[in-house]
Design a protein around this ligand. Structure first.
Ligand code: MEV
Length: 437
C-alpha cells in the first residue's frame, strides 16, 4: 500500500495522530491513546511544546535529574542533567562529592570565537580577488549594521573577515572566513543572518568592481553558514590533588591507582577505539547538561568530536599526569552554547535549569558543562581501572530490569537489598522474582 500523504502538516494534531495510528499500527486505538497520554494536561504548556517543531504529536520524556555538590571555582552548583542512561547522574554526583572534598573543580574559558563562512566560486585572478576583498571588507561589515547593532551593544559582533583561498583543494573555491563574538547567545541565527547579508554584498560589489574582467564579476555564492567547529571557543576544566589524597574505589593504594588512571587516559590518547568510548563517557556528562539547559547538543557533539580528531587521529579529550607526587586531570573542549535566545526563554524546564545554575553567563555555562564532562570521565575511569564498570552500572540498571520484568513494589524493595551483595543480571533478577513475592 502506498502510504504517502499530501498536506500532512496542514492537518490538525488529532488528524495527524489518526493518520499515523491507522496507517502504521495494528492496534490503532492503543497507539492513539499512548500518544495522547503524554500530552500535558495544561493546554498552554502543551502549546509551547507543540510549537517548537513541525508535526508535533506528543511529548517525548527524558528524565531530568540533578547531581548536587559540585564546586567549580569555589562556587557551589547543583547540576541539572537530562539523560536516559541509568548510572550517569549517580556517577556525576559521586565525582562531585569526591572532588568537592579535594578543593573542587577549576574551569576557565580560553577563547570565545565563533566562526561562520561564505563559500563561493570565483573564476578569476586570485591576487585581484584578494585586493578586492581587502577593499570591500569595511563595506561588508557596514552592510550588516542593522543585524549587528544589538549584539555590538552587548559587546559582541563581527571580529574579523578573511579571504581563504581553497582553490588548491577544489577548483575556484574560496571562502570568507568570518569570526564573531556572540556574548551570551549561541549566535547561530545572528551569524547566519550576517553571513547571508555579506554574501549578497559581496556579489553586488563584485558586479560593480572595475578591476575585474567581465567573467570575474559573477561570483557564485554556494552557501553561507556558521561552522560548528569552534576550536577557539574553548573551555578547560581541571582537578588536581596530591596523589596521597586520592582514593581508589577498592583497596588499591593511591600510587597504583594514580598510575593506572593516567595509563588509562594515555591509552585513549593513542588508541582510537578506546578514545571513542572514553570520549563517549565525557559526552554523557556534557550532553546531559547541554540538553537540560536548552542548547544544541548536535552542534556540541559535532564540534567536540572534530576537535578530538584535530591531530589527524581521533584522541582522548582529557589528559592526566602525575608530577612530583601530584595528580592532574583536565579536559579541553570547544563549546558554543548560549544562556539567552533559542529555547532558553521558551522551555519552562530549561528556564528552571538555568535558574538552578544561578542564571549563568554563556562563559560560566561553558565552564559548568566542561566540568560535567570531566566529572563523568573521572567517575568512569575510576571504576574501570579498579572494580570495573558493571558493578555500579548494573546496580543503577537494576530498577530498569525489575520494571521490564513487571516486579511489584514489594519485590523491588527486596531486590534492592538482595542485589547489594549479589551480581545483577537479567536472569539473576528473573530467578529472584520467581522466589520472592
Ligand atoms: C558508558 O556510557 C560510558 C563508559 O563506557 C565510558 C568509558 O568507558 O570511559 C563507561
Amino acid at each position: 500500500m502506498n502510504k504517502q500523504v499530501k498536506g500532512f502538516s496542514k492537518l490538525s494534531k488529532e488528524e495527524k495522530i489518526n493518520w499515523v495510528a491507522s496507517h502504521y499500527f495494528q492496534h490503532t486505538e492503543e497507539a492513539k491513546n499512548l500518544v495522547q497520554q503524554y500530552w500535558n494536561t495544561d493546554p498552554d504548556l502543551q502549546k509551547i511544546h507543540d510549537e517548537f517543531i513541525e508535526n508535533t504529536l506528543t511529548n517525548f520524556y527524558l528524565p531530568l535529574g540533578v547531581a548536587p555538590n559540585f564546586i567549580i571555582n569555589d562556587k557551589s552548583y547543583v547540576m541539572p542533567m537530562a539523560i536516559e542512561e541509568s548510572s550517569v547522574v549517580a556517577a556525576a554526583a559521586k565525582a562531585a562529592k569526591y572532588w568537592g572534598q579535594r578543593g573542587g573543580f577549576k574551569a576557565e574559558v580560553l577563547g570565545e570565537e565563533k566562526i561562520g563562512q561564505v563559500h563561493f566560486i570565483f573564476k578569476g585572478d586570485a591576487a585581484r580577488l584578494q585586493t578586492f576583498i581587502h577593499k570591500i571588507t569595511p563595506k561588508l561589515k557596514a552592510d550588516t549594521a542593522a543585524i549587528t547593532k544589538n549584539m555590538e551593544a552587548r559587546g559582541g559582533g563581527i571580529r574579523a573577515i578573511a579571504l581563504r583561498d581553497k582553490s588548491d583543494e577544489l577548483e575556484n573555491y574560496y571562502q570568507l572566513h568570518v569570526s564573531f563574538l556572540t556574548v551570551d547567545s549561541m549566535g547561530a541565527n545572528f551569524i547566519n543572518s550576517c553571513l547571508e547579508q555579506m554574501a549578497q554584498s559581496l556579489q553586488i560589489a563584485a558586479r560593480e568592481e572595475d578591476s575585474f574582467a567581465p567573467d570575474e564579476k559573477e561570483i557564485e555564492i554556494v552557501m553561507s553558514i556558521l561552522s560548528n567547529y569552534v576550536p577557539n571557543c574553548l573551555v578547560r576544566a581541571s582537578v588536581d590533588c596530591p596523589v596521597k589524597d586520592l582514593e581508589a574505589e577498592d583497596e588499591m593504594d593511591q600510587n597504583a591507582f594514580a598510575e593506572k588512571f593516567v595509563r588509562a587516559v594515555q591509552i585513549a590518547e593513542v588508541e582510537p577505539h578506546r578514545a571513542v568510548t572514553h570520549n563517549k563517557g565525557i559526552m554523557n556528562g556534557i550532553d546531559a547538561v547541554v540538553l537540560a539547559t536548552g542548547n544544541d547538543f548536535r552542534a556540541v557533539e559535532a564540534g567536540i568530536h572534530a576537535y578530538a580528531a584535530k591531530s589527524g587521529q581521533y584522541r582522548s579529550l582529557s589528559a592526566a599526569k602525575i608530577e612530583n607526587g601530584h595528580f592532574y586531570f583536565s579536559l579541553d573542549i570547544p563549546l558554543a552554547v548560549g544562556t539567552v535566545g533559542g529555547l532558553t526563554q521558551l522551555h519552562p524546564l530549561v528556564k528552571w535549569s538555568l535558574t538552578l545554575l544561578g542564571s549563568p553567563s554563556a562563559k560560566e555555562l561553558m565552564q559548568i558543562i566542561a566540568v560535567a564532562g570531566l566529572a563523568q570521565n573521572f567517575a568512569a575511569l575510576r571504576s574501570l581501572v579498579t572494580s570495573g564498570i558493571q558493578k555500579g552500572h548494573m546496580k543503577m540498571h537494576l530498577l530498569n530490569i525489575l520494571n521490564q520484568q513487571g516486579a511489584t513494589p514489594a519485590q523491588k524493595e527486596a531486590a534492592v537489598v538482595h542485589f547489594k551483595t549479589h551480581t545483577v543480571s537479567f536472569s539473576a533478577v528473573a530467578d529472584f522474582l520467581k522466589t520472592t513475592v
